[in-house]
Design a binder for this molecule. Sequence first.
Ligand code: ZN
Length: 271
Amino acid sequence: MRRRTLFAVPALLLASPARAVVLGGRIEQGAFLRGRAEPGTRLALDGTRVRVSPDGAFAFGFARDAKDRARLDITHPSGARETRLLTVARRAWPEQRIDGLPPAQVTPPPELLERIAREREMLRAARAGHDTPEAFFAEGFLWPLTGRITGVFGSRRILNGEPRQPHFGLDIAAPAGTAVAAACAGIVRLAEDDLFFSGGTIVLDHGHGVSSTYMHLSRLAVRVGERVAQAAVIGAVGATGRVTGPHLHFEIGWRGTPLDPETALPPRPQL
Ligand SMILES: [Zn+2]
């Protein structure tokens, strides 16, 4: 089988090297993109290496505020080099106002800053500190639960009237206790039941720097280091951390850059 593939494919690739690397999805700000390359291809996005699995799967993403142009450097298995300039479409981000939050959660008191900094570093390390060679992400992502979307990726946030950093996740409201499933198979990198902002929090590593994060959980069903299958129950919806009601805050990231989960997920389920 393998020999036949090696024999049949190169003619096509030589005739059209551009086809040797295929990107799935729309190239836009916040996008998570999965792709396929001929095994042995090397890739770099704006100078950052993009890992390609032995069977040619890769993934990368564009930040919420990505510039209009990106550069994909391709080294084909033959050694031939190609540079593709990608045009990154701009998106307009909505504004979301949330009032009635406890003031200490909008502007934390100084005695909590050390804890908050420590927890931020734990999250950063869990999401960006791994370059796992397995390409779990190649199977795609599923919704971790069905619920009402109450917050989208990228929105500009005004909390109790004060502008704060953008919202980097997707908020899915559901009753407390609703099961939360792994959106994709992976390895648990963080499982903490009481972070200041995010309460019960889980980070899964889907390989090649791709991660998903689940926040405000009332219950955790996994431990750090455990491997989980896609759709396995990892916890339950809660209202822990900085929230106004029970919901899941769900994030997808690549090498620590938060991306729009809706660019990785199937269309919103009909409720
Ligand atoms: Zn959120």
